[in-house]
Design a protein around this ligand. Structure first.
Ligand code: F6R
Length: 630
């Protein structure tokens, strides 16, 4: 949540272009508002008379671009932000960057400052003036105070500035990433704890961002920062590494490697060598598709083919870790959690192995079970989901092993885990997850087959699923779902049911539909209906039934009949048409990979429901792609 972008380097004719383009790439982290400031001390043509060129606007970056208009903002240093609101409403005043009382300290932030109320009260008592309701603004005033108390004159050096930001950062409680700019020091000082930050270098500039994919548009040389670390980026100076883990700030230069790449223990390549991925993810574009969501749904056949051909060594190592573990726990959040839940069924059926499951946000309440021999397997598209990361931290507190299934190389989770499996889904830009979900199902399936000693049949079934999906796309699946969406778009409620391996499919289908269309959709295990849910069924209520060709088929069909006798309209998804279905969506039987194929019609339905209801499926309200706060 909240995207951060900073630039220190060669003077650009128009830094506004850099920020508008870069912030658009970060928009999936939050689109409540966006803003940026240019910090050069020498005036600009478009500079407001009483301060820095600072532009903020609510809504997506496009609206900020309209506000900036034709303003030319030459500059060599600046910071920008896309916001997912936590403290303070969605207003221009609450949009980042935020300023101190003098207007020379500029701050952007991601995270939650848990003690901001007491800090703010103390700052107000000491005469500071606040212009927003955010927790972030306290940082600007804290840095202002720290600078004033350490310097007799208004002039200060970059190292004084870094020290002041360090002292301010040490006063914050919670998991935060801050980037603070100073016009006086012509520098950016940044620190992170929990929330991600990385510095990219490309020969003409040092860049900072919350996201590696945002940096990959400008450079493939990335310095990753650990918790408690930071950096000082100053014009015409090499970047300085800061260590905020003690009261005294430690500063040292990032060392230079023989091959000319800037390097240190934090350079991006070591964590990525766990997996086969060695380069930052490419910048994604929509291609010929109107939305990322539709493009990513269609990419799933290709993703499955990649997973079918997954390098054998990492899968075998991961399977051996699971076999060795005394207690394996799967955890993840949201859509990813349904993939992890699915894995418990797959491990039971295929590997005859008991694994535990808890959603990430609840996992650390269960940590008392953990011992050093336990294994936590955390699944995440972004690798930045704070609740999942907290689960990993809980495991680390007990010296347990951690394995991560992650789609973003170099993300926080990849660096915390003892072992990482890449999901090979490629950049996922739509806020709602589709291809990363099926990629997780694919990797879990291959792992379960491998633990059962049957990796080759696992690969074969994934390859079959890939071909099945390609066939479905070429045989008019999209058209059928578009028509169905037209028929369902006016409904207020919708239910989905499945059993066994398709229970998580039902949960995921409902989540997709509610996220994109705002229709109230609920997913249930078919057997649970008669325990209360059936009271919700009325004449014409649409119910999606996942009826795979497995041992749960008869039971889920009888649940469908129960709903239909209460007036429900039944949409059946499965390999065979049944009388109880009012509408039938065919998906072939691909054994234990069936849930991967079966979820795709639900994804397409969710997409088309959004379009029918005039909504942008790529950016549902109130959501952000990476949920980096607890
Ligand atoms: C739903 C969705 C979310 C994410 C969840 C975890 O479409 O995308 O529910 O699955 O926030 O995100 P990751 O996988 O990045 O940990």
């Amino acid at each position: 949540m909240c995207g951060i972008l900073g630039y220190v380097g060669e003077r650009q004719d128009n830094l506004a272009t850099f920020f508008l383009e870069g912030l658009e790439r970060l928009e999936y982290r939050g689109y409540d508002s966006a803003g940026f400031a240019v910090l050069d001390r020498n005036g600009h043509a478009g500079q407001p008379p009483n301060g820095l060129p600072l532009f903020k606007e609510v809504g997506p970056v496009g609206q900020l671009a309209t506000k900036v208009g034709r303003s030319q903002l030459p500059g060599s240093i600046g910071i920008g932000h896309t916001r997912w609101a936590t403290h303070g409403g969605v207003t221009v005043a609450n949009a980042h960057p935020h300023l101190d009382c003098t207007g020379s300290i500029v701050v952007v932030h991601n995270g939650i400052i848990e003690n901001y109320q007491s800090l703010k009260q103390q700052l107000l008592d000491r005469g500071h003036r606040f212009t927003s309701d955010t927790d972030t603004e306290v940082v600007a005033h804290l840095v202002e105070e720290e600078l004033a108390s350490a310097n007799d004159t208004p002039d200060y050096a970059p190292s004084d500035f870094a020290a002041a930001v360090h002292r301010a950062f040490r006063q914050l409680h919670g998991l935060n990433a801050i980037v603070v700019g100073s016009t006086e020091a012509a520098s950016l000082a940044l620190f992170r704890l929990g929330s991600p930050l990385a510095v990219g270098l490309n020969g003409v500039a040092a860049l900072v961002s919350s996201d590696l994919p945002a940096l990959s548009a400008y450079t493939d040389r990335v310095l990753l920062l650990d918790d408690g670390e930071g950096a000082l980026l100053t014009l015409d100076q090499p970047p300085v590494r800061l260590d905020a883990r003690s009261d005294t700030l430690k500063q040292q230069h990032f060392s230079t490697r023989r091959n000319g790449h800037l390097g240190s223990a934090r350079q991006s390549d070591p964590p990525w060598t766990h997996s086969a991925c060695t380069t930052p993810p490419p910048v994604a574009d929509k291609g010929a598709y109107p939305h990322f969501m539709l493009k990513e749904i269609h990419e799933q056949a290709e993703v499955l083919a990649r997973i079918a051909a997954y390098p054998a060594a990492p899968i075998s190592t991961a399977a051996a870790m699971i076999e060795r573990a005394f207690g394996t726990y799967f955890t993840a959040c949201g859509t990813a959690s349904y993939a992890a839940l699915e894995a418990t069924y797959l491990f039971s059926h295929l590997a005859r192995k008991h694994v535990n499951f808890a959603v990430g946000s609840e996992f650390y309440f269960l940590e008392d079970f953990l011992v050093p021999e336990s294994l936590l397997v955390a699944a995440s598209q972004s690798g930045e989901t704070m609740d999942t990361i907290e689960a990993v931290r809980a495991a680390k507190r007990h010296d347990s092993q951690v394995m991560a299934l992650v789609n973003v190389p170099g993300s926080s989770l990849t660096r915390l885990a003892d072992y990482v499996l890449d999901l090979y889904a490629g950049p996922e830009k739509a806020v709602v997850s589709t291809k990363a979900y099926t990629a997780k199902l694919g990797v879990f399936l291959l792992l379960a087959y491998t633990v059962a000693g049957e990796q080759a049949p696992g690969r074969a079934v994934l390859q079959q699923a890939s071909v099945a999906l390609s066939d479905l796309f070429s045989n008019g699946l999209d058209k059928q779902l578009r028509r169905l969406a037209g028929e369902l778009a006016a409904h207020e409620h919708l239910f989905t049911i499945g059993r066994d391996v398709n229970y998580p499919t039902a949960l995921e289908a409902a989540l997709k539909i509610k996220e994109t269309s705002y229709i109230h959709a609920e997913g249930f295990a078919g057997g649970e209906l008669k325990h209360g849910v059936i009271a919700l069924i009325e004449d014409g209520t649409p119910c999606i039934v996942f009826a795979a060709q497995d041992r749960s088929r008869a039971a889920v069909l009888s649940n469908a009949i129960e709903m239909r006798s209460r007036g429900a309209t039944i949409i059946g998804i499965g390999p065979e048409r049944e009388d109880v279905f009012d509408e039938y969506v065919h998906v072939p039987d691909v054994g234990y990979a069936s849930p991967i194929v079966s979820v795709v019609p639900a994804q397409l339905l969710a997409y088309h429901l959004a379009i029918e209801r005039g909504l942008n499926p790529d950016k549902p309200r109130n959501l952000a792609k990476s949920v980096t706060v607890k």
